[in-house]
Design a binder for this molecule. Structure first.
Ligand SMILES: Nc1ncnc2c1ncn2[C@@H]1O[C@H](COP(=O)(O)OP(=O)(O)OP(=O)(O)O)[C@@H](O)[C@H]1O
Ligand SMILES: [Mg+2]
Length: 258
């Protein structure tokens, strides 16, 4: 795929006797927002964990910026600017926002194996970064356990973009959020795109997909099923893909489905 930022070719993933993915192809361009849909167990999270270095594929290859790459851990992917916000994302609750953003990668001075954290710099950098993303919190010293679900998701996204990310992968970032907070997270996706960052967003909600994506692709039972630029498909068609049907035979009854 010419011009792709990250491409997956012929990816299969086996967990013992289970085939989670079979010969899957995927690509995302620089600054592109791709929606990934599919039923529970379709293989969405597994594919994204492979793209972000958490899982090693059983078969297939990854190509980044035209070069073959293999990731042994998320650190390898992060070095290339690939970050993932997980479905069950973990923030350290009893720590201030700014420390969560830099967790394990704090600015400071290296003394042999130790890093002396420069807290002043970390706080300033965190505040600037949140500002850039238009994320508003009362104070960056606030503990993340006191934040709302939406604010926590925003901090998790801020963390994933604090280090010159070129691609941010979000696994169902809106699933647990109230309507008002969903909008903020989706606006954050748009804001990343404006900053030239590519985003892959997994969601079961058609509103999410049709609000912020350039293209949508569907997995079905671990295989490529369908994909389209957003402008040439419809909610009904995409809902059909999730259920494993193609064509425009879905009735209006599905119009209100998320
Ligand atoms: N670590 C694992 N060990 C064994 N099987 C796994 C593992 N991770 C995923 N699977 C299996 O792989 C398949 C795909 O799972 P995956 O989590 O990728 O689905 P998903 O599309 O993200 O689903 P959901 O919408 O429910 O999050 C499922 O059958 C799942 O049980
Ligand atoms: Mg999943």
């Amino acid at each position: 795929m010419a011009g792709a930022l990250l491409e997956a070719r012929g990816i299969s993933k086996y967990f013992g006797a289970i085939t989670a993915l079979r010969d899957v192809n995927f690509h995302v361009g620089p600054g592109e927002v791709v929606g990934v849909v599919g039923d529970n167990g379709a293989g969405k999270s597994t594919l994204m964990k492979i793209l972000s270095g958490l899982f090693v594929p059983s078969e297939g290859e990854l190509v980044f910026d035209g070069r073959p790459v293999s990731f042994r851990s998320p650190k390898d992917a992060q070095r290339l600017g690939i970050e993932m916000v997980h479905q069950d994302f973990a923030l350290a609750g009893n720590m201030p926002i700014y420390e969560n953003i830099y967790l394990g990668r704090e600015p400071g001075w290296r003394l042999g194996p130790l890093t002396v954290v420069d807290h002043r710099r970390a706080r300033r950098m965190a505040a600037e970064h949140l500002n850039r993303l238009k994320i508003h919190v009362k104070s960056i010293d606030q503990n993340t356990e006191d934040l709302s679900g939406g604010q926590r998701q925003a901090v998790a996204i801020a963390r994933s973009t604090a280090f010159d990310a070129k691609l941010v992968i979000m696994d169902e970032p809106t699933a647990a959020l109230a309507i008002k907070e969903v909008g903020k997270v989706l606006d954050l996706v748009r804001s990343l795109k404006e900053h030239g960052v590519a985003v892959i967003i997994i969601s079961h909600r058609m509103d999410d997909i049709f609000y912020c994506c350039d293209r949508v692709m569907a997995l079905y039972q671990g295989t490529n099923f369908a994909e389209s630029p957003l402008g040439t498909t419809s909610r009904n068609e995409v809902i059909g893909w999730i259920m494993g049907t193609k064509g425009h035979t879905q009735g209006l009854a599905h119009d209100n489905m998320h």
